[in-house]
Design a protein around this ligand. Structure first.
Ligand code: IVH
Length: 675
């Protein structure tokens, strides 16, 4: 069937767009769209080319690997091309791939290496007789750029291999990355000098490598993970991928400790899920899991297509970045009076939720990012982190937009806003500003404080606007008859809210203290005061010196608490709470016994009585640590159903005790390793 003209036009359009993005990404290190949007374009083009094969020409970007070679650096011809990887976006695609491989290799089993897919910058390192002689970028896969001087500045890149009898030549492939902590430091410096922050660690890593001046690269705190051998001469006769990785590690090259070889497709799925669950615990970004056939003989049998090996696939995590329209920038005023700008967005599904607004933090952040109403912006939501506007897509900025300016007056009460010299935040100083009082009431009822279920922002606003609620003390004497006449308040919802309010009267003292919204007093300080004084009246009667004498209370908190207690309007709130029968003297029982302090317990596999997070929490709540990998320092390894084979092997090798679930429970309860 010949392709209809509109399909042909769409294919041409897709190619032009993809090529444009390829240039932006590979040559300019300045991508304009999130990866997920790019992947969607490529997928659409592949789909159309598969449906109408006559449209699949060799010059299509679907046939190419990466971008062109820039002219700023000397060209390096790779001895073996640096190929790309095929992608899987659904677990089913991964299983389908594995099943296909099982059918094409003669054997009835394949071992798979599962590796975090590092979101960095691909690099090829050449060592001759153990000495680093060249570092090259991927470029278009056949030719890259010579960045030896730049790469040599990275601490993690050894100048010499730590092996006795180094091969004549080895080419090592890996990913240069910027750790999240380093990225934050870099962006803090950018903001300090009034420059636009970098969009993400990957572009910063790429930009840092492709610097003419190696001194700039050196200042960027880059890291490296190696994961593959390229061309070799005189290298040991490796039989498996695991052997090559172990050799790389022994030679002093960094190999990611998460890499694990498993023996079934089921175990691959488990490992993928495990890495995905923990991805935000790493200090570097990963965007998926690369699954590779471990046995090198099987690899040779499977071979390559023109752009990718058949023996590997990249499972890509769902996107955490998307583009959407920035409809407006508004300012909200919180309980402390802080005025925070936030983005009003066209709803966008990202990081597993639909995002409609995102904080822009403060005036300087808006200025640095220069986002403007009407812009198309990149929105990011990673893990449980609050959604963030990364920056504008400048190519799509409408004509005649103006930089956004911070309002001069509080949008809620109209009083002037004030920015303190030398600070980033702007404040409404009007203590009676309805936004501030509503914020304080909401905070009082919030989860970390008095935990009044069903008492959210909207209801509080509504009650406050009717004059039913002026401070937290009013919560306990609400006019229920009046509320019963409001729309949306049936008998049941009233009864539920009343019960939630009643229940809040017996919260522990530290939560009550948190709820009072005293500057500088957080949950830890509140616990310290509750423990030292036992009830609210004793705290109110104490001088600043007496408060500061409590364990864990410094002079700043002490002074702030004293000042708060001296305000007549605050005393009025406290008397309302007392009259309502709120418990002033309930001191929470201390948390779990701290008998795992100094111990490191690694959990692997599925446990019956704990989720993975639950087990880790049980360890940390008792003062212990629970990292993802086994080392000499590990106290014990807890092994559940389908454990990571590498962890168990390593534990046995290092003589680290291996515990089953029952022994783990005993350890939690007693702090002692079972005999
Ligand atoms: S193996 C022939 N392993 O992802 C196999 N690549 O989308 C080549 N990447 O070009 C790659 N982590 O830059 C491999 N553990 C890993 C990786 C990894 C990140 C990058 C690499 C590659 C790209 C493909």
């Amino acid at each position: 069937m010949a392709a209809p003209p509109e399909i042909e036009a769409r294919v041409l359009e897709l190619r032009a767009t993809i090529e444009h993005h390829n240039r932006a990404y590979h040559e300019l290190d300045a991508p304009e769209v999130p990866d997920a949007d790019y992947d969607a374009l490529v997928r659409e083009l592949r789909g159309l080319e598969a449906q109408f094969p006559e449209l699949a020409t060799p010059d299509s970007p679907t046939q190419a690997v990466g971008g062109a070679v820039s002219t700023a650096f000397a060209t390096v011809v790779h001895r073996l091309p640096l190929l790309s990887l095929d992608n899987a976006f659904e677990p089913a695609e991964l299983t389908a791939w594995g099943t296909r491989l099982l059918r094409s290799v003669g054997d009835d089993q394949i071992h798979f290496a599962c590796e975090p897919k590092i979101d960095g910058f691909a690099i090829s390192l050449t060592y001759e007789a153990g000495k680093l002689v060249q570092a090259a970028t991927r470029g278009d896969g056949r030719q890259g750029e010579d960045v030896t001087a730049q790469i040599a500045t990275i601490d993690a890149v050894p100048d010499r291999l730590a092996v006795d009898d180094p091969p004549a030549l080895v080419e090592v492939r890996g990913e240069v990355y910027m750790a999240l902590s380093a990225f934050e430091r870099l962006n803090a410096r950018q903001l300090d000098v009034g420059l636009r922050p970098y969009v993400n660690p990957r572009n910063s890593a790429a930009g840092s490598v492709r610097q003419k001046d190696p001194a700039v690269t050196a200042s960027r705190e880059l890291g490296l993970w190696t994961y593959q051998l390229g061309f070799t001469e005189g290298a040991p006769p490796f039989r498996s991928h695991r052997e090559t990785l172990d050799w790389l590690a022994a030679a002093g090259l960094p190999v990611n400790p998460e890499i694990e070889v498993v023996d079934s497709l089921e175990a691959v799925q488990h490992k993928v899920e495990a890495i995905q669950r923990r991805r935000h615990g790493f200090d570097y970004e990963i965007d998926g899991v690369v699954v590779k056939v471990d046995d090198l003989r099987q690899r040779a049998e499977l071979g390559f297509t023109s752009r990718a090996p058949r023996w590997a696939i990249a499972f890509k995590f769902p996107p955490e970045e998307r583009t959407t329209k920035l409809l407006d920038i508004l300012v909200s005023v919180g309980r402390t009076g802080r005025a925070t700008p936030f983005a009003v967005l066209e709803p966008v599904f990202v990081g597993g939720v639909t995002v409609v607004k995102a904080t822009l933090h403060n005036q300087d952040q808006v200025r640095a990012k220069d986002v403007r109403p009407g812009d198309t912006v990149i929105v990011r939501r990673a893990g449980d982190v609050i959604p963030e506007v990364v920056g504008p897509v400048l190519a799509e900025r409408p004509k005649r937009t103006k930089a956004w300016t911070f309002p001069a007056a509080c949008p809620v009460c109209g009083e002037p806003l004030e920015r303190v010299e030398g600070e980033a935040d702007t404040f409404c100083r009007n203590a009676a500003c309805p936004a501030r009082t509503a914020g304080a009431i909401e905070h009082f009822g919030s989860r970390g404080a008095m935990d009044i279920e069903g008492f959210g922002e909207q209801r509080i606003q509504e009650f406050a606007s009717l004059g039913l609620l002026r401070d937290p003390g009013d919560i306990y004497s609400l006019d229920w008859e009046r509320i019963g006449q409001l729309e949306g308040f049936g008998e049941i919802s009233i009864r539920n809210l009343q019960a939630a309010i009643e229940a809040s009267k017996s919260r522990p003292l530290d939560r009550l203290l948190v709820g009072l919204n005293i500057r500088h007093l957080g949950p830890t300080g509140a616990q310290a005061l509750a423990k030292a004084f036992g009830d609210l009246d004793a705290i109110m009667a104490a001088t600043a010196e007496e408060l500061a004498a409590a364990d864990g209370i410094g002079p700043t908190i002490a002074r702030s608490v004293r000042a708060w207690m001296d305000e007549p309007e605050h005393l009025a709130v406290i008397e309302k709470l007392r009259a309502a029968g709120v418990d002033f003297g309930r001191v929470a029982v201390p948390t779990a016994p701290q008998h795992l302090v100094g111990q490191t317990i690694v959990v692997t596999g599925t446990l019956e009585r704990f989720s993975r997070e639950g087990a880790e929490e049980a360890i940390t709540a008792r003062g212990g640590k629970s990292p993802g990998s086994v080392s000499k320092k590990t106290t014990a390894v807890v092994v559940g159903e389908a454990p990571g084979a590498a962890k168990v092997t390593k534990a046995t090798d290092l003589g680290v005790p291996v515990l089953d679930e029952a022994a783990f429970v005993q350890l939690l309860e007693t702090g002692e390793l079972p005999a």
